[in-house]
Structure formats: structure tokens, C-alpha cells
Write a protein that binds this ligand. Structure first.
Ligand code: ADP
Ligand code: MG
Length: 694
């Protein structure tokens, strides 16, 4: 049935990309746009007008009737409001119009987006500004224009703006380092990201029967099925037909939008899958990932499936993450995390590596906070997800090299007294493909770092803003020292050695799940915040505020707003989950158990009349009664606890974590026991077996 897809032809066909612009714009307009991107200057209005006109004509040919300023508010998902191109001519007809002004600026009513206190409702207007470095595209009859979102006072209300700022910062500081190593050509250093997206697919009809899935995206109840993922029979297994046709459809839609979807496979858990694109600059990677998540959901519906992007849809089964492969490259495509061939290249590699190690060590709390969400709390630390303690995995070879630099000893080169950076050639460092160490939160994989703490439903912006900024910070500090050095090689040697010595505590290659690592990490002075409620208060510590404001990533109030939004979002999610549990327990689970108990009682009554034995029934009735009582108490306690939540967001988060999630666990325990005691015919929703092994 599968028709032939001409991939090169459809790839990017719905994107107003550089090739299309070159083809459709007058030469001076095209070069005007290129110039603005290169220099970061504002687009002159006449250039914007010509781009808008060309974009409109192109979009209409693609079937668009509307345009939308597409932006990424602090909710972590995207927002859009569609305006049609129509303009009345006064005689009852319309023409299709779209001006440069409409392209570069929009004024959505921003009052319903979280602002973390940045914007009062009386100044509800926000504005959106075109990001000319990202391509517009056509989807579902609308021209999508990627934009940044600001308050009327110019404060950033989105995730794109700080990301772009952090990209500029890391570029600026990295170029300073490159100059010191004799690179005169590189104008810009690019932060690249390949974001592997994990997700679950469930049949729509089963999903629809579960209120918890519908309201919260995860199962709040469910006894463990007789079979889990212990046989490892799903990972890389044959993809079932229904899923395969979903994936094919997904790929086609992504390719049309210029998203370089590259790999697809079944993941570790039953019903779990993964899609990974080819990496690109992180701004595009972030836009693309947002589109990917949205299309996954829509496309699943078309195939009578539901796509779950939640970090932990099922307890006891692997959760979903988003492995964030991050690296830096020059504008000519040279990867700055590739160990080189000459002594000079290797010295430069070690500078970038040392800066990364120092930054992650110094700002481990900041990075931890970027993945601190209610959903991710259930995932971190189990079933292949990294633990909540940050550490860097370098692989045996590189770790040994680092150690020899710290110790001042030689590394497999007995004839030399010690490894002198910038003088000796580093041994070739093989790309590490064998030891995957899935428990490491941040693994060096040959020429990039794979950050694995990011949750599957999150925007990739947060951790990448942090990675770019801490890298900019450390590179800047290095450049300050090296630019003043009289003896470059000696200063470099001392600097790298000192940095690695001071920050080697963050390097860890062992089992991140073990109790021993928790103790060891504590001895090393590393932070350990098992939950978002514990992590988030460290977000606004003075060190972090200083970092982000000095680099112009956020103003202090912008940063504080993010903190409030993260807390509030944590509180809201736990609140919704707890209320959903109460609702399901009270209206579905308790009645189901009682009906079944009633049926058993009837049986006992009937059997009693003929004098038959009722041992099984009586024992079951007793068991059911014990647990329905306990369930009733747990419902009552949780309901009561929900009435006592403190007002202040930080105290509320602690309360939700300490009191409410504990109450949810007790309630779930009783409900799950009742599930195992109750006749399936009475049970109100599909079980884990039904869902995971449909
Ligand atoms: P895995 O074994 O984890 O699947 P891959 O080598 O397939 O590893 O890469 C996974 C992701 O990393 C892909 O999105 C890929 O494009 C991306 N990637 C590869 N090289 C780089 C790089 N230099 N910088 C950023 N991302 C990269
Ligand atoms: Mg990976």
C-alpha cells in the first residue's frame, strides 16, 4: 500500500527557507536579510515589506489563508493566534494582504500566559517579534512565523529570547579562545543540539477510558502487570504495523517542514518509541522539537493512537526523556569537542573540555533546576534515567588522560616525563560507543555531550540556555587569563591543570543508581536534590543571578519570573493529579470494589441457603473490606490535606512534595491492592496489562 515518497523533493517543501528566499526575493532584499542575520541589526522596513510580500505569495500557493506569530511562552509549549490575510476593498470583496510590519511585529493579548509577576493584567499586551534566523513555514493552512515574545516593557516572556542571547554569549567567548589559538577566520561559534525524543503510543479507545491519562498524561493508579520490560523484547524490536504507519506519516510531515528526522525505533518499555533528528543549531533544534511534539500528538490521533509525552506514564516501567546532544562548532563546521591531531588542536580541545567540566561543576544546581519538574521527579533515578545528582562521564580513556594531567604524570608515553598540554600529542581518543553508562546524566560521547536529565515533555530551551551560559562564563574566564599571558604555553598548562584539579569531583564513571554513589557524591560535596521542590529554591541563589545577569541572558526580574513559574507549575501539576486521584478513587474505584463486595455477599447469602462452604468468598470479603476502609481513609486524608496548602509558592511546593505526594502514594497503594482483589469485569478502567500489551 505504501506509495513512494520522493524525500529530497518533499524535504523542506513547506518551509520558507534560505533556498526559497534566494529564489523568490530580489537580490538586494535577499542580501539585506542575510546582512541583518550576520550583524544582528534590525531589518529595514522596505526589506521587511518585500519579504512579507514574497512570503505571502508563497504561503498562499501552499494553501495558506492565515498567518500566525508562533511563540514559546514560559509554559514550555508553543502558542499561536491566527489572522487571515484578508483585507476588505470596500465593495464587498477582499484582497490578500500581508505587510512587513505584520511580519516583524505582533501584539497578542498576553494576559493568559504565565508571566511570573512580570506583567500586571492592566498592561496585558505583549508583543511578538519575528526571529529572522528561524524559517517561517506553512502548516494546516497557516503561515507560521517564529517569534520572540516580550512584555510591553521589553521583558522577555518566552524561552526563545534567552536561548538566542545565550547562543550569542557562548559564541562571543568561544571566538576569543579560538583567536588565542591562531584562528582568525571564525566569526561565530554555534551551539548544536540533536534532541532524541522518546514517547509512548497507546490505543485511543483505551486511553479514553482513563481519567488520569486524559487529565494528567500519566497513570495515577495501576497494579504492576505480570510482565514488565524484563525480557527486553521491545527495545529495537520489530515495529508493529499500526505504529509503523504512524511513524511513516510522522516522518513525512516532519520532512516537509524541514525537520531532519533520522532514526526511529522501539524503546525499552512496551509501547515506547523514539525519534531522533540530525542535529542543528540549538535555536532550530528547539523550534523543531516543539513542532515534532505537536505533530506527534496530531499524527497519533489520525492513526487512532494517543501519543504520551509524559516523563513517566507508568510506574515501574521506563520513563521518557529527551537526550540532549550538545556541542560547539565553528561557523565552518569544525567541532570544538573533537580531540584533534596536532598538539595545538589538542590543547584547544582540552581548554573547551576543562571549561565544560568547570562550568557543570560550578553550576550543577542551575542545570539541575532546568529539569526540575513534577513529571521528571518520577523519572530521574530509575529504569535507565539518570539520577538527580549531576556528574560527567568521560569514558576510561579520557578520564585517564585528565587524571594524568592532574597528577602531572605521563600517560602511556613512558619516554616523556609528563603530559604537557600544547606540547605533546594526546593519544587518539576513540569515540565511545561501547560503554554507554545509561546511569550518567551527562556523558561525553566522542565529540559531544549527551545530557540525559531532560524530560520528554519539556522544552529543550532551559538546559541549553544553562549549558551555553556556563560555557560562556568559563571560556570568558579562561580568555581573560590567556589574553594577558606572557608565556602562553605555560599559562595554559597551569590553567588547565588547575581547573581540572579543582573540578574533578564532578567526573564519575560508576553506577549512578548505587547507594554508594549517593554517599560518595556527598563526600565530594556534590548537590543532591531528589525532587523539584528541593531543587527549585536553589535556582535563584545569588551565584546564578550573577551569572545570568552578567551575561545578559535574563534581567534579575526575568530570572525571578522563571523561578516563580517553575514553582507554580510544579504546584499546579501536583494539585491536579491529587484531585484527579480523589475523583477517580471516590467515583470509580471505591464503587467498583463495593459492587464486587456486594456481589460476593450475595453469593455467600445464596450459598448459605444450600449450606455450601464460603471460605473463598468470606476471605475475599474480609480483604476487600479492609482495603476499602483504608482507601476511604486515604481519600479523606488527601482531600483534607488539599485544603491546607500554603499560599507562598515555595512553601506550597514543599507542602505538595512532603504532604500531598505522600498522601497520593498511600491512596494509590490501597487502590492498586483493590485492583488485584476485584473481578476485572467490575474494574472501571483498563489495567497496565491492557494498556501496555494491547
Ligand atoms: P545515540 O547512540 O545516542 O543514538 P547518535 O550518534 O545516533 O547517538 O546521536 C544521537 C543524536 O546526537 C542525533 O540527534 C545526532 O544528530 C546528534 N549528534 C551527533 N553529533 C552531534 C554533535 N556534534 N553535536 C550535537 N549533536 C550531535
Ligand atoms: Mg542517545
Amino acid at each position: 500500500m505504501s506509495e513512494i515518497l520522493n524525500v529530497p523533493e518533499i524535504f523542506g517543501s513547506d518551509v520558507f527557507n534560505e533556498a526559497t528566499m534566494r529564489e523568490r526575493l530580489p537580490e538586494h532584499t535577499y542580501s539585506g536579510w542575510k546582512n541583518c542575520i550576520a550583524t544582528g541589526q534590525q531589518l529595514p522596513l522596505d526589506v521587511a515589506n518585500e519579504i512579507a510580500e514574497a512570503m505571502k505569495l508563497w504561503a498562499i500557493e501552499k494553501g495558506a489563508t492565515h498567518y500566525t506569530h508562533w511563540f514559546q511562552p514560559m509554559t514550555g509549549i508553543t502558542a499561536e493566534k491566527h489572522d487571515s490575510f484578508i483585507t476588505p476593498t470596500g465593495d464587498g470583496r477582499v484582497i490578500m494582504e500581508f505587510s512587513g510590519k505584520e511580519l516583524v511585529r505582533g501584539e497578542p493579548d498576553a494576559s493568559s500566559f504565565p508571566s511570573g509577576g512580570l506583567r500586571a493584567t492592566f498592561e496585558a499586551r505583549g508583543y511578538t517579534a519575528w526571529d529572522p534566523t528561524a524559517c517561517a513555514f506553512v502548516r494546516d493552512g497557516s503561515l507560521y512565523i517564529p517569534t520572540c515574545f516580550f512584555s510591553y516593557n521589553g521583558e522577555s516572556l518566552d524561552k526563545k529570547t534567552p536561548l538566542l542571547r545565550s547562543m550569542d554569549e557562548v559564541s562571543r567567548e568561544a571566538v576569543r579562545i579560538l583567536r588565542l589559538f591562531g584562528d582568525r577566520e571564525t566569526k561565530r561559534v554555534v551551539a548544536n543540539v540533536g534532541a532524541e525524543q522518546e514517547y509512548f503510543l497507546l490505543p485511543k479507545d483505551l486511553y479514553a477510558q482513563r481519567e488520569d491519562l486524559r487529565l494528567t498524561g500519566r497513570t495515577l493508579f495501576g497494579a504492576q502487570p505480570p510482565k514488565g520490560q524484563e525480557l527486553d523484547d521491545h527495545y529495537f524490536g520489530t515495529i508493529r504495523t499500526r505504529v509503523a504507519s504512524f511513524m511513516r506519516d510522522l516522518d513525512e510531515q516532519l520532512w516537509r517542514l524541514g525537520i531532519p528526522s533520522k532514526t526511529k525505533h522501539n524503546e525499552g518499555a512496551p509501547c515506547q518509541h523514539e525519534m531522533a533528528p540530525i542535529y542543528s543549531d540549538v535555536n532550530k533544534a528547539c523550534d523543531d522539537n516543539q513542532i515534532t511534539m505537536a505533530i506527534m500528538k496530531k499524527c497519533a490521533a489520525k492513526h487512532n493512537l494517543v501519543c504520551l509525552l509524559h516523563e513517566k506514564p507508568f510506574a515501574g516501567v521506563a520513563g521518557s526523556g529527551k537526550h540532549n546532544n550538545w556541542s560547539l562548532s565553528t561557523d565552518s563546521g569544525k567541532n570544538l569537542f573533537s580531540p584533534g591531531k596536532t598538539p595545538r588542536q589538542n590543547a584547544q580541545f582540552l581548554v573547551f573540555l576543562a571549561a565544560f567540566i568547570a562550568g557543570v561543576d560550578e553550576y550543577q544546581d542551575f542545570l539541575r533546576c532546568t529539569v526540575a519538574t513534577a513529571n521528571n521527579d518520577h523519572r530521574l533515578g530509575a529504569s535507565e534515567a539518570p539520577p538527580a545528582i549531576l556528574s560527567i562521564f568521560l569514558g576510561d580513556e579520557l578520564s585517564a588522560i585528565i587524571q594524568s594531567i592532574i597528577d602531572g604524570t605521563n600517560y602511556t608515553q613512558p619516554e616523556k616525563s609528563m603530559l604537557r598540554i600544547g606540547v605533546d600529542v594526546l593519544p587518539a581518543i576513540p569515540k565511545d560507543t561501547t560503554d554507554r553508562n545509561r546511569t550518567s546524566p551527562l556523558a561525553f560521547t566522542g565529540n559531544k555531550f549527551e545530557f540525559r536529565m531532560l524530560g520528554s515533555s519539556q522544552s529543550i530551551a532551559g538546559p541549553n540556555i544553562a549549558l551555553n551560559t556556563i560555557m560562556a562564563e568559563e571560556l570568558g574566564k579562561f580568555a581573560d587569563v590567556l589574553e594577558k599571558a606572557e608565556d602562553f604555553d605555560t599559562t595554559l598548562q597551569t590553567l588547565v591543570c588547575k581547573t581540572l584539579t579543582e573540578h574533578s569531583r564532578i567526573i564519575f564513571g560508576g553506577n549512578g543508581y548505587s547507594e554508594a554513589w549517593k554517599e560518595e557524591a556527598e563526600r565530594r560535596g556534590l548537590s543532591n536534590y531528589p525532587s523539584a521542590a528541593e531543587a527549585l529554591p536553589t535556582y535563584i541563589q545569588p551565584k546564578n543571578i550573577d551569572l545570568v545577569t552578567r551575561h545578559g541572558i535574563y534581567t534579575e526580574s526575568e530570572f525571578h519570573a522563571r523561578y516563580i513559574i517553575h514553582l507554580e507549575s510544579y504546584n499546579k501539576i501536583v494539585n491536579i493529579e491529587a484531585r484527579t486521584m480523589v475523583d477517580m478513587a471516590q467515583h470509580q474505584i471505591l464503587p467498583a470494589a463495593l459492587h464486587y463486595t456486594h456481589a460476593l455477599c450475595d453469593t455467600v447469602g445464596a450459598k448459605g441457603k444450600i449450606g455450601a462452604a464460603c471460605k473463598a468468598e468470606s476471605t475475599m470479603i474480609a480483604d476487600l473490606s479492609t482495603h476499602t476502609d483504608a482507601l476511604y481513609d486515604a481519600i479523606y486524608d488527601l482531600k483534607k490535606a488539599l485544603t491546607c496548602v500554603p499560599k507562598d509558592p515555595a512553601s506550597a511546593a514543599r507542602y505538595y512534595h512532603d504532604i500531598i505526594t505522600a498522601g497520593m502514594t498511600s491512596l494509590r497503594t490501597e487502590a492498586d491492592i483493590l485492583e488485584t482483589l476485584t473481578d476485572k469485569a467490575y474494574w472501571p478502567y483498563p489495567t497496565y496489562s491492557d494498556l501496555l500489551f494491547y
